[in-house]
Design a protein around this ligand. Structure first.
Ligand code: R7I
Ligand code: MG
Ligand code: MG
Length: 349
């Protein structure tokens, strides 16, 4: 499909759910042999397995809240989104939420709370969380808004309901921008795609709060830009091992150690890769490769799945895989509604 076509929208949200559900198997496992990944994926094709339901985790639970909120309020409404996060957590607290964010979600449930951004600011000694929880749920912002300034503004605010450290919310902006560019077909030119992301992040990371967070946390200046430059270097190498990817980009729970990694997974799997079945298309390769990195596999696969799904479209996602994943039908429906909203919205000006 062309830029911002329905199949791309559906691919983005369904791809995210599949990454979360399928990646859950290996979350927190440090070494994941590729045969185990392929075996796990083979299992999804097995018709005789019957109701092979892989449950989604917090990644999808919160993404659903973001999408429902943006649709119901026809735009960003922090009170509504915060309420939905709190309600969802209360209904299903066992979906594998990060250890810190639970405190925020409990506070957001209080009817007395007037500033919905305050609980997030109180995290980790007042600097806020740098976890990838803002980034894992950022895809719907790219489906709801057309203009980059809006995507940035609202992806940041949406993340700041739980992640007020710049290394957390900037990861969410990066993820939303990557989905946005992919929806426009920008992955046809991978180098340009990366350069655009670097340019956007340079602008954001000039900011004083980013500079001070980077200093306090002992990160380099322009931390996300630095990682995106590493993605570029890795892409230029003929051969890249899993170990190199993990040591250069990370596979952890921090946004900085997972969003650029997810972007790399998508770029690396644009072409067939040794060790991955020939029958696989790009989306299958991307999910398989994300799992093989180990670490925060549900979240890295969820973010890579959203970017890749926006590129390849829903037709590239195996039906058998979709049937195995809780929430894939709802994600498809939400994507269709966001697509109508996106194309109905008057152009900004
Ligand atoms: O970021 P968050 O929502 O967690 C998302 C992850 C994904 O992998 C999900 O799939 C789920 O498994 O959890 O939750 P937070 O609790 O805000 O952050 C996650 C973790 O990052 C925290 O529990 C801390 O271990 C770590 N962390 C920090 N540690 C020290 N100092 C985040 N920020 C800090 C910090 O400032
Ligand atoms: Mg999770
Ligand atoms: Mg995770």
């Amino acid at each position: 499909g062309g830029p911002a076509s329905l199949c791309r929208f559906r691919g983005a949200l369904v791809g995210a759910v599949l990454g979360d559900c399928i990646g859950g198997e290996f979350e927190g496992t440090e070494e994941v042999p590729l045969d185990r990944v392929l075996q796990h994926l083979e299992g999804l094709e097995d018709e005789t397995r019957g109701d092979c339901i892989l449950q989604y985790s917090d990644d999808t639970a919160m993404t659903r809240c973001v999408a429902h909120s943006l649709l119901t309020r026809a735009g960003f409404d922090e009170q509504d989104m915060a309420r939905r996060f709190a309600k969802e957590y209360n209904l299903a607290p066992g979906r594998g939420y990060g250890a810190g964010v639970i405190q925020v979600l409990k506070k957001l449930a209080s009817p007395q709370l007037s500033d919905v951004f305050q609980p997030a600011r109180a995290q980790f000694g007042g600097r806020g969380s740098f976890g990838n929880g803002g980034a894992m749920r950022a895809a719907p912002f790219a489906l709801a808004f057309r203009e980059r300034v809006d995507i940035q503004r609202y992806a940041r605010l949406g993340a700041m309901l739980t992640h007020s450290c710049s290394l957390g919310y900037n990861g969410a902006i990066l993820q939303a921008l990557a989905v946005h560019l992919s929806l426009q077909g920008a992955l046809a030119l991978p180098q340009d795609f990366l350069n655009t992301l670097i340019t956007e992040m340079e602008e954001l990371e000039k900011d004083e709060s980013t500079r001070s967070d980077a200093r306090v946390l002992n990160e380099s200046e322009f931390p996300f830009c630095a990682r995106l430059h590493r993605v570029k270097e890795l892409m230029e190498r003929n051969k890249v091992s899993i170990e190199e990817v993990i040591s250069e980009l990370g596979n952890g729970i921090a946004a900085l150690h997972s969003v650029p990694t997810a972007i790399f997974c998508v770029l690396h799997c644009l072409e067939p890769r040794e060790g991955l079945p020939e029958k696989y298309g790009g989306l299958e390769r991307t999910l398989a490769y994300s799992l093989a990195l180990g670490g925060d596999t549900d979240t890295i696969a969820c973010m890579a799945g959203a970017i890749a799904g926006a590129h390849y479209g829903i037709e590239a996602i195996p039906q058998a895989w979709q049937r195995c994943c809780e929430g894939s039908e709802e994600a498809d429906m939400l994507a269709q509604r966001l697509h109508s909203m996106y194309h109905r919205a008057p152009p900004e000006g």
